[in-house]
Design a protein around this ligand. Structure first.
Ligand code: ATP
Length: 489
């Protein structure tokens, strides 16, 4: 990272902490690595992002329904899905620093360095070698590559490496009170399997006809070998996944449709389109016949935020085999039974949170010839802003606080509001700018005479005078989900 992008990233992390969006988990005990807590405003923003996703899937589409499956599932599910045998990362330790790394990431960092130094040929060759070794599951080869390219430990600076070993990313625990009779279960590493195993339940009870989708939002757990970059790579995180079941042979059409729909969904939040790109998978997982990542240009480079995968009938077929229950659908239109094909969209809520935060945080220079001035603003789309409006009495006397409270008590039935009477009005505006509140309502002496207030708009900083009895409609229109969802139609 250059100094400038490094500073940008540090700003994001410190702003998120300073204003109550994201805290390190167990901070008073010096934290727990790669685990984070969402604070009072972070929880609001996260809930709003979930609502946006849920509405765009379940409310806008007659043929998509949502479920909430348990985190614990029958252990055989993870055999069937391939996670017990194959959900591994290759890890390597440096004997001097005692630090652990993902072997593939060490090599990828080297590829980046070759690129930066203008050695594109070398970078391409190394990428090829890495892909070959990973595809062949050839761990000794990964070690040789690390040695051949003189890759050193970033901490100790030495090449004193252990062998490369496979490391399974699933967390295991015991279910049941007695240690003897207890069964080993896993914390789910993805939410998708909860959908697959409920495929028939939902299809039958919901009388769903193909094509149809099942959506779910929930926690997932991965014992990541190394955790980096704040809420980008966590050990406990949240996913929003859709499995869309289609007739075999139509999956690539649906894949293209979902690819387009999902990018549109991200851009509707007001993000800069230049910050997004598709990254097609060249080497596909054995069960996929097409896969793409939607990547976002974080301060540390383009990284995956969402994956869209055409997963064929792999998962349902595996569950049919392992559970001995038929996973078939009777298609009345063609009079045939088949195992449906699946197109999956999977977005990490925490990474999405980070993209929204990175996109919205702006330092604005407001200096004029007379004086220097600046402000820090979170320019969230009003529909996802944690606080929709703040209300200020201009002064703490003359009945203005009482009037402001009276207005607040009505508006809070519809909107998340904050009341603030401390400090000069300009300072109060700045506090709300810093947490992304789109509208500030000020109650002044004129209010007592004619029942009007001012609304100050966060982005333009312009103010307008409106009647109190219009506030609910005005703010309601400005923060409506409609403004986001309408862009997706
Ligand atoms: P990566 O290659 O970055 O580890 P992945 O390809 O393993 O990601 P998927 O299994 O496709 O990720 O999971 C879908 C989405 O879940 C990702 O696009 C990402 O947004 C999110 N996700 C995956 N792992 C993590 C994690 N450790 N922390 C936060 N979000 C994650």
């Amino acid at each position: 990272m250059s100094k400038q992008t490094d500073d940008l990233f540090k700003n994001i992390v410190s702003h998120a902490k300073e204003y109550g969006f994201v805290f390190q988990s167990s901070e008073i005990y010096d934290g727990l690595s790669a685990v984070y807590d969402y604070g009072q405003l972070g929880a609001e923003l996260k809930n709003n992002l979930k609502t946006y996703w849920w509405k765009s899937m379940v409310q806008l589409n007659e043929n998509i329904v949502g479920i909430d499956s348990a985190i614990f599932m029958h252990p055989t599910i993870w055999k069937a899905s391939g996670h017990v045998d194959g959900f591994n990362d290759p890890m390597i330790d440096n004997k001097d620093s005692k630090k652990r790394y993902r072997a593939d990431q060490l090599i990828e960092d080297k590829i980046d360095r070759y690129e930066k130094d203008g050695k594109s040929d070398k970078a391409a060759q190394l990428q090829q070698d890495l892909d070959d070794a990973l595809n062949a599951d050839d761990l000794p080869r990964l070690k040789t590559i690390i040695e051949e390219h003189n890759i050193v430990c970033p901490v100790s600076g030495t090449k004193n490496w252990t062998e490369v070993r496979q490391f399974n990313l699933m967390f295991a625990t015991q279910m049941g009170a007695m240690a003897d009779g207890a069964e080993q279960v896993y914390l789910r590493p993805e939410t998708a399997q909860g959908i697959f195993v409920n495929f028939l339940n939902v299809q039958k009870t919901g009388r769903m006809k193909i094509p149809f989708g099942i959506a779910q939002i929930g926690k997932a757990f991965r014992n990541e070998v190394i955790a980096r970059q704040f809420i980008m790579r966590m050990r406990e995180f949240e996913q929003m996944e859709l499995q869309f079941f289609v007739r075999p042979g139509t999956e690539l059409e649906w894949y293209e449709k979902w690819k387009e729909t999902r990018l549109k969904w991200h851009l509707a939040l007001g993000s800069n389109p230049a910050k997004y790109r598709y990254h097609d998978h060249v080497k596909l997982a054995h069960y996929a016949n097409a896969a793409v990542d939607i990547e976002y240009d974080f301060p540390f480079g383009f990284k995956e935020v969402e994956g869209i995968h055409s997963r064929t009938d792999f998962d349902l077929k595996q569950h049919q085999e392992f559970s001995k229950k038929k996973m078939q659908y009777f298609d009345p239109e063609i009079n045939q039974n088949y195992i449906p094909y699946v197109v999956e969209t999977s977005v990490g809520l925490d990474r999405l949170f980070l993209t929204v935060f990175a996109n919205s945080l702006v330092h604005e220079d407001l200096s004029t010839e007379e004086k220097q001035d600046s402000r820090v603003v979170l320019k969230f789309h009003p529909a996802i802003a944690p606080v929709k409006a703040a209300i200020f009495p201009l002064t703490k006397k003359d009945g203005l606080p009482e009037k402001a409270r009276e207005i607040m008590n009505k508006l809070k039935l519809d909107f998340n509001m904050q009341y603030d009477e401390k400090d000069a009005i300009g300072k109060r505006y700045r506090r709300q700018d810093a947490i992304g509140t789109p509208y500030c309502i000020t109650v002044d002496h004129q209010t007592l005479e004619d029942n009007t207030v001012t609304i100050r708009h966060r982005d333009s900083m312009e103010q307008e005078r409106v009647a109190i009895d219009q506030l609910r409609t005005i703010i309601g229109d400005l923060v409506s989900w409609n403004n986001l969802l309408d862009q997706l139609q």
